[in-house]
Design a protein around this ligand. Structure first.
Ligand SMILES: [Zn+2]
Length: 487
């Protein structure tokens, strides 16, 4: 394998470390290549275009893991002034109709990557193409929860109708996760050409991880416990502990329910202070004050995770959370033409955890298509919802990442009977899959950090220590929990 990258940067080292290959494997597999340093390119922005693949490489990429990807769009750091050599296997087709080979194979059967893989992955992971600005209604000072539900629905669905009229309404669960695609391709080539295997990602040899959380946006689920309990009952019946993301303003009315969830081993996460959609764009002083409110959750429930209200996020917010909480779930892996106000075409390109740039905050992306997406697309039957979710689950399983399921304990649309039934069947499906490690987001966070430490040691000293292929019991000693179900 050969890459065009500055030798000092140690091309592909982050990808090899991600999979848990050793330094020796990296040394043996990666040639120095010609020197292209994307840091020196005239533009700090990568090129955007349509990815196209020759047949033999699209088989390597594995359609079961990514869906048909013969013509999908992505960002890539290339240097068009360089003429790639060898037989092209993949191209980037840009808006000026220029077709630039990005992967070639030479006569000595070496793969050459003609783009800066590491910087491209960094760019996509951190959604650097997005400008995280406050939506218009936030700038106008409107709290959507203060609007009558009918008016909110009208605005929400009106926006979707406009998108549909302009043929940009997108699709559910079919976005291309390019980070997983590039990493997966490299792993495949390494394993084909060497006798090494990547370090297992999950404990007990499980193929992928599953987790679920519930966003408690308003106080409704505490006033009418039915909204909360119908999900709780499913989780408990399946023997699955989940995360319940709560708004600090609602701690007081929700105290009893939260105490009870916590006593039964569920996790209580932070879902902002007021769900007014302003947190990510607040002034530094207001943001710090709001983030400090999580301390009550930390002291009562050992809260260590966060999802931003309406997924509205900013690097400033992540930095404010850094050192306070351990993980975040505000990003999706990939959504094409997402049908909601902001931001559009989002996605960190992976269904694996990663550290948000410049922080120690672990991102655990939300990856399974969720209630509001189906509602906006007008999908209101359980079977269709379930089949879309299972299709996505199958791809995540092939990639070996995390199926991260989300529901809302709100009157609509999440608690409609067909949505609740879809959730029940999805949970039963995951619970019956012996290849799935079902864990809370907090457990995934802790596991991933231990795995990274173990790989660091493999990289530095040539030997890994458990738990890289260990049992989950080695990491999380059994804790005593109440196990009967409250009615
Ligand atoms: Zn929410």
């Amino acid at each position: 394998m050969d890459t065009r990258s500055n030798e000092n940067i140690k091309a592909l080292e982050p990808v090899f470390r991600f999979w848990g290959f050793s330094r020796i494997t990296h040394h043996d597999m990666v040639g120095p290549g010609c020197v292209i340093n994307s840091e020196n390119l005239s533009t700090s922005y990568p090129h955007y275009g349509t990815l196209r693949f020759a047949r033999d490489v699209s088989e390597l990429i594995c359609p079961e893991a990514h869906g048909p990807c013969q013509a999908r769009q992505s960002w890539l750091y290339i240097d068009p002034s360089i003429q790639p050599e060898g037989q092209p296997l993949a191209w980037l087709e840009m808006s000026n109709h220029c077709r630039y080979p990005i992967i070639t194979r030479t006569s000595d059967n070496d793969y050459h990557f003609w783009f800066d893989v590491d910087r491209t992955i960094r760019f996509v992971l951190n959604e650097e193409h997005l400008r995280h600005t406050a939506p218009l209604y936030v700038r106008l000072g409107i709290n959507p929860h203060h609007l009558p539900r009918r008016m909110r629905d009208l605005a929400f669905h009106g926006m979707h109708t406009l998108r549909r009229l302009s043929h940009s309404n997108g699709s559910i669960g079919k976005g291309l996760a390019t980070v997983d695609l590039w990493r997966g391709l490299i792993r495949h080539i390494v394993e084909l050409r060497s006798d090494t295997k990547a370090t297992p990602c999950w404990p007990d040899g499980k193929q992928y991880a599953c987790t679920a959380s519930h966003d408690l946006d308003t106080v409704d689920c505490f006033i009418k416990p039915k909204y909360l309990n119908q999900f709780r009952t499913i989780d408990d019946e399946m023997g699955m502990r989940t995360a319940w993301m709560v708004v600090t303003r609602n701690i007081k009315p929700g105290r009893l329910a939260l105490d009870d969830l916590h006593a039964y081993g569920h996790e209580i996460g932070f879902h902002g202070t007021a769900h007014d959609h302003r947190l990510a764009f607040a002034s530094p002083i207001v943001m710090a004050r709001r983030v400090a409110e999580v301390k009550e959750l930390i002291s009562c429930y050992q809260t260590d995770g966060f999802r931003s209200p309406a997924y509205l996020r900013s690097l400033r917010l992540f930095r404010a959370l850094d050192g306070v909480l351990a993980y975040d779930m505000s990003m999706h892996d990939a959504i094409e033409g997402v049908c909601r106000p902001s931001p559009a075409n989002e996605g960190c390109g992976t269904c694996y955890p990663f550290f948000i740039r410049g922080t120690n905050l672990l991102e655990i992306p939300t990856t399974v298509p969720e209630d509001w997406q189906f509602d906006l697309m007008g999908i209101r039957d359980c079977n269709t919802i379930l089949s879309v979710q299972k299709e996505k689950l199958a791809r995540i399983k092939q990639r070996g990442g995390i199926a991260n399921v989300l529901t809302h304990t709100e009157p609509a649309p999440s608690t409609k009977p067909y949505m609740v039934e879809a959730y029940r069947q999805l949970m039963a499906y995951m619970a019956s899959d012996e290849q799935a490690w079902f864990a809370t987001p907090g457990e995934i966070n802790r596991w991933w950090r231990v795995r990274i430490k173990s790989i660091d040691r493999l990289w530095e000293q040539g030997i890994a220590y458990p738990p890289v292929s260990a049992s989950v019991r080695d990491i999380f000693p059994a804790t005593k929990r109440r196990t009967t179900v409250l009615q």
